[in-house]
Design a protein around this ligand. Structure first.
Ligand SMILES: Cc1cc2nc3c(=O)[nH]c(=O)nc-3n(C[C@H](O)[C@H](O)[C@H](O)COP(=O)(O)O)c2cc1C
Ligand code: SF4
Length: 396
């Protein structure tokens, strides 16, 4: 039997196989961030597909940390009943689920949160939203720390099998731990230790407040791919040892910062037409030029594009279980990754958008996911549509 179908434990939590559905924004909460029946159905279907562990799309821990209009919220206890139904739908089918908790920081729009977004520093106007964020006060930093801890407690109360903290992909925690975004010279910046401190405070408090039996997973960048140095494999390696020391059970390394250049996060075709459709009139020409000049042809699909960076970092993972993500498509390649000990689990995002039942198909002999990395699903997100495979085009 393929190693991919063997179980593996993370702490006391047994995952029935090595397939993980990578966190995927769904675009199916209501405008207040509440779970809908459509969202529950999505998770039921994924669990019926025999995926070992399902990571949800990012859920915002604070109203100012919201990134998308139809994103799921987890910032107060009123969200718990809906989230419970979501977890139950997975558990009934014999699956495991982890809610990804996140704060967008500066990676959001003024119009969505009603004010200038927050960030570590009032620096670097970004090329997507064209904003310089408000630098967070000490009080606001503590408010965010508290919001993460409360969200972690809520996720466990609602049935999430792990606590899953998003510190990658360009969101707020990524912004704090990265020297590209964090120019502070107080307790939250100025050295690697201080930039990392917000994440440390959150994780130590979570570890202390939740049952030891609940494992903690962190998603962190091994490379920000920003114009100047941000997260790099060597910095990620340093942080990785600190995460292990705090008692984090598992780590998913990813790369790219969406609001600098979203193709860094994905690879494959640039969804030019779909992106243009999402832009207001005044942004269409600069948007088209940016895609033509800086993206097209430069981010062709690479199978397992984070592998090389991850191998540099792996020695610092100690006992943490490693999750690999980014361009995993072929069963033989994934087997090689797990058999060689490069990772314990293999995560896929877009393949499960196209084929929620992919693991079952693999079991029946399918060799490769059908996703062709055209990235029109991302075009769908940009147009505020529910996340789906839009290979045949977006609906009118
Ligand atoms: C439509 C879409 C939504 C995504 N949403 C999230 C998310 O909510 N949280 C997150 O950490 N990553 C998110 N990602 C990134 C994926 O988890 C993954 O890291 C990336 O797509 C690379 O994996 P793949 O090649 O298997 O698609 C998203 C990706 C896509 C395409
Ligand atoms: S639209 Fe479909 S085929 Fe294209 S990248 Fe997304 S899931 Fe894959």
């Amino acid at each position: 039997m393929s190693i991919l179908f063997t179980p593996k434990k993370i702490g006391n939590l047994e995952i029935k196989n090595r397939f993980v559905r990578a966190a995927t924004y769904e675009g199916q909460a209501d405008e207040q961030g509440r779970v809908t029946n459509a969202l529950i159905d999505r998770y039921r279907k994924l669990a019926q597909g025999d995926i070992g562990l399902i990571l949800t799309g990012f859920m915002y821990v604070h109203p100012l940390g919201r990134a998308q209009k139809y994103q799921t919220g987890i910032y107060n206890d009123d969200f718990i009943p809906g989230l419970k139904k979501l977890a139950e739908a997975v558990h009934v089918e014999g699956g495991k689920v982890a809610f990804e908790i996140s704060h967008a920081g500066r990676q959001t729009e003024k119009a969505l949160i009603g004010q200038t977004p927050l960030g570590p520093s009032h620096k670097r106007r970004d090329p997507t939203y064209f904003i310089k964020p408000l630098a967070m006060t000490d009080e606001q930093v503590w408010e965010v720390i508290n919001a993460f801890v409360k969200a972690a407690e809520r996720s466990v109360a609602a049935g999430s099998d792990m606590v899953f903290v998003h510190a990658g992909g360009g969101d707020l925690l990524n912004q704090f731990i990265s020297p590209f975004f964090n120019f502070r010279d107080d307790d939250w910046g100025g050295s690697d230790e201080k930039r990392f401190r917000i994440l440390r405070e959150i994780l130590e408090r979570i570890r202390h407040s939740i049952d030891d039996a609940i494992p903690i997973l962190v998603k962190m960048n091994c490379n920000d791919c920003t114009p100047q140095e941000g997260m790099t494999p060597s910095l990620a390696k340093k942080y990785c040892a600190w995460l292990a020391d705090i008692g984090v059970d598992a780590l998913e390394l990813t790369s790219g910062v969406k609001f600098y250049n979203h193709m860094n996060c994905w690879r494959g075709e640039v969804p030019v037409n779909e992106t243009l459709r999402s832009l207001p009139l005044w942004k269409k020409i600069p948007g088209w030029l940016k895609m033509k000049m800086t993206m097209e042809g430069k981010y062709d699909f690479v199978e397992g594009w984070n592998l090389e960076d991850e191998l540099q970092i792996k020695p610092a993972m100690f006992d943490m279980k490693s999750f690999m993500v980014g361009g995993l498509r072929r069963i033989e390649h994934m087997e090689e990754i797990v058999e060689n000990g490069y990772a314990d689990f293999v995560c896929m995002c877009r393949p499960f958008i196209r084929e929620p039942g992919l693991v079952k198909k693999f079991k029946e002999g399918k060799k490769e996911a059908s996703c062709v990395s055209c990235n029109r699903c991302i075009g769908g997100v940009l147009n505020k549509l529910p996340t789906a495979c839009y290979y045949n085009g977006l609906p009118e």
